[in-house]
Ligand binder design. Structure first.
Ligand code: COA
Ligand code: MG
Length: 291
């Protein structure tokens, strides 16, 4: 999956659903979970179903649905409502381990077969760090196979689960437990061969802080970020798109290695280049091409 921005849209809000179609998010995540109160779950399912069934075939925007957790009674009804109308993928919250992704994959597969959707085509994005137990099997997502689209992480449910009084310090930086899970999510995703998506920036009016957190996330190896407000989307898209200078330098590195077959190390502008630089340059070119 090469996606920079994923915008959460509460599934029970007709107004926000209508607005979301004009937002340049690479993907929408229509939410049936935490942003929808229990008395509105039924309405939300109907609106999300309607949204998916009426989307235009030309739209390049992916539409995902966040269902309720698998151990929650609403999850089955969520899948039953949305699978017939072919979401691009399912966001799975409060994942306990890769077993949950495999279980969801089997349930999705049954719907795909029933509704004549290519089996395996509906992807899964787990929010992989929302329960304390989830932390201890983060290294095992590689076994989930092709359905696994990426990994993302969340701090709010995890901090609530452990009774933390805060997850950021006085300067707005993640406290050590959440720095740890951010890093674990990053490495877990890459160990599984998928992309890592950074968690959301909750203060949606703080676009400067958002830009800083995007820059830090991209620096560290995340390739996109969750959004909760339309205004966050362009900031995220820009931050996760390589700049013209980066692309130009990456192209020179790739060309230089191509012109020197068999060379393990080369010099460019007075700096040493070896194979990790080539890997990184190819990655930048592939990111630049994904728009
Ligand atoms: N998706 C689509 N449209 C949204 C939106 C979203 N996530 N968030 C806000 N909008 C719309 C508003 O409806 C409003 O539309 P209008 O111009 O037609 O009036 C416009 O964008 C500006 O919104 P604004 O007034 O700045 O914010 P708000 O006070 O209406 O909403 C939130 C603030 C946080 C409640 C809202 O952004 C939201 O619901 N975010 C998603 C929350 C969520 O899904 N959480 C679950 C994941 S943790
Ligand atoms: Mg939550």
């Amino acid at each position: 999956m090469s996606i920079r921005s994923l915008l959460f849209v509460p599934g029970d809000s007709e107004k926000k659903l209508a607005k979301s179609e004009g937002v340049p998010a690479d993907a929408l995540i229509l939410d049936l979970e935490d942003s929808v109160a229990s008395q509105n779950k039924l309405i939300a399912r109907g609106l999300v179903r309607e949204f998916l069934s009426s989307r235009s075939a030309e739209s390049r925007q992916q539409v995902w649905v966040r269902i309720n957790p698998l151990d929650h009674q609403e999850a089955g009804a969520d899948l039953g409502a949305v699978m017939p109308v072919r979401p691009d993928g399912i966001v799975l919250p409060k994942t306990r381990s890769p077993d949950d992704v495999e279980l969801l994959g089997r349930r999705i597969g049954t719907y795909e077969a029933e509704y004549e959707v290519a089996v395996g085509s509906t992807r899964i994005l787990p929010v992989a760090t929302e329960t304390p137990q989830s932390i201890f099997s983060l290294g095992e997502y590689g076994r989930c196979g092709k359905r696994l689209a990426a990994l993302t992480w969340g701090a709010e449910d995890l901090s609530a689960a452990v009774g933390a009084t805060a997850n950021r310090d006085g300067d707005g930086q993640w406290t050590p437990p959440y720095q740890l899970v951010r890093s674990l999510c990053l490495f877990a995703a890459h160990a599984a061969g998928v992309e890592a998506i950074d968690t959301l920036h909750a203060n949606f009016r703080d676009l400067e802080g958002l830009a800083v957190s995007c820059t830090e996330a991209r620096r560290d190896g995340f390739s996109g970020k969750l959004a909760i407000h339309p205004e966050q989307v362009e900031v995220i898209n820009e931050a996760f798109t390589p700049s013209a200078e980066e692309v130009e330098r990456a192209r020179r590195i790739v060309d230089l290695f191509a012109a020197n077959p068999g060379a393990g190390t080369l010099a460019l502008d007075g700096a040493m280049l070896d194979l990790p630089h080539l890997t990184q340059a190819k990655k930048i070119l592939s990111l630049a091409e994904r728009k």
